[in-house]
Design a protein around this ligand. Sequence first.
Ligand code: SAH
Length: 404
Amino acid sequence: MLAGSNHKGIHVEQIKIILKSGKDQSVRRYHPWIFSGAIKKIYGSPSEGDIVDVYDNKDSFLATGHYQPGSIAVRILSFKNEKIDYDFFMGRFKKAFEYRQSLGLTDNNDTNVYRLVHAEGDGLPGLIIDFYNGTAVMQMHSIGMYRLRNEFTDILKNILGEKLQAVYDKSEDTLPYMAGIKGTNEYLSGSPEASTVTENGFTFRIDWISGQKTGFFIDQRENRLLLQSYTEKRRVLNLFGYTGGFSVYAMKNASLVHTVDSSGPAIDLADENVRLNFGEDDRHKSFRKDAFGFMDDIKDKYDVIILDPPAFAKHNNVLANALQGYKRLNIKAIEQVSPGGIIFTFSCSQVVTKENFRKSVFAAAANTGRQVRILHQLSQPPDHPVNIYHPEGEYLKGLVLYVE
Ligand code: SAH
């Protein structure tokens, strides 16, 4: 519900948050989060998800955003003193869509899967929307955004027109718990006509209902294409393979592809996706195994190894352990890849910086004593844009290594 209505206090009572002296600095540099420690006083008693106005300690207006009790107290929607209403969100959604249009993603015969809204990267903190060949899967990370899911469905229909068949809300596990609001996993509109998508000409079946995240790791699209250019006649090991994204691209020209994942449903989907593109092809084998254990004894068996583990660190306090994890994993791969081999190694932990990740891989290489060159430094594709004022948004880091 939006301004004008009196639903749950949005804009009914103007809530004002005053920051401590000096704490306005990051807001003036357009950083979209206000931490609870920066707050001096709250006028009014905001509920979780309410719109609040933020002022400096001299009573100058700074920003408007969604309130959330917790470490990130306000997720800023605008640095202008403007009304946060239906038209405001319509404007942001339109910009997000037009930007994907300019990237050539919205009318593309080879690729009909892309991220339509990337939270802070699109000025919509707390909101992710992935588009899967007619189905928009929304994932809300704040109550402010969650409350607006029906408005967003309406806006999506308006912008996407007949391109949109269904809207699915997958927020059951992503909402903060404070309000006691339990998110839902449900269709908010329509029903999907297709459960497969096309990415760079390859077909993938996507299970947004029970799959991880919104169902597919769209953020690796360009890196998968790059991988394909390194796999001709080579033996490829895809660790943490999930739905077999990298495996399918590699199957185009590799001599063999092995997919490893500890999850049974993931392995089933990876097998199915290989089959959808290549039929029964005994160049591909999959293993439901722990990736670390799988690498205990693979010396010289593979020419290309992909390491794309889940986020090892979700919080700063486990950063050191996470960096050790990346190091251990990379030691095993660098030690054993065949001479002249290639390693695609990634980290998707937001708290691990590019520098820290590179240091872990450097430490791993040094541990093996092998000659290692960095061929590419990879990141996320442009439909996962990074807001320049929000460096935390640059979460995907990758290196392509050549091991002598
Ligand atoms: N590379 C994938 C995304 C990987 S997501 C893609 O391009 O789509 C991380 C995957 O790692 C998940 O599928 C999860 O099931 C798997 N995983 C987590 N821990 C694991 C472990 N110890 N060994 C093997 N797989 C693991």
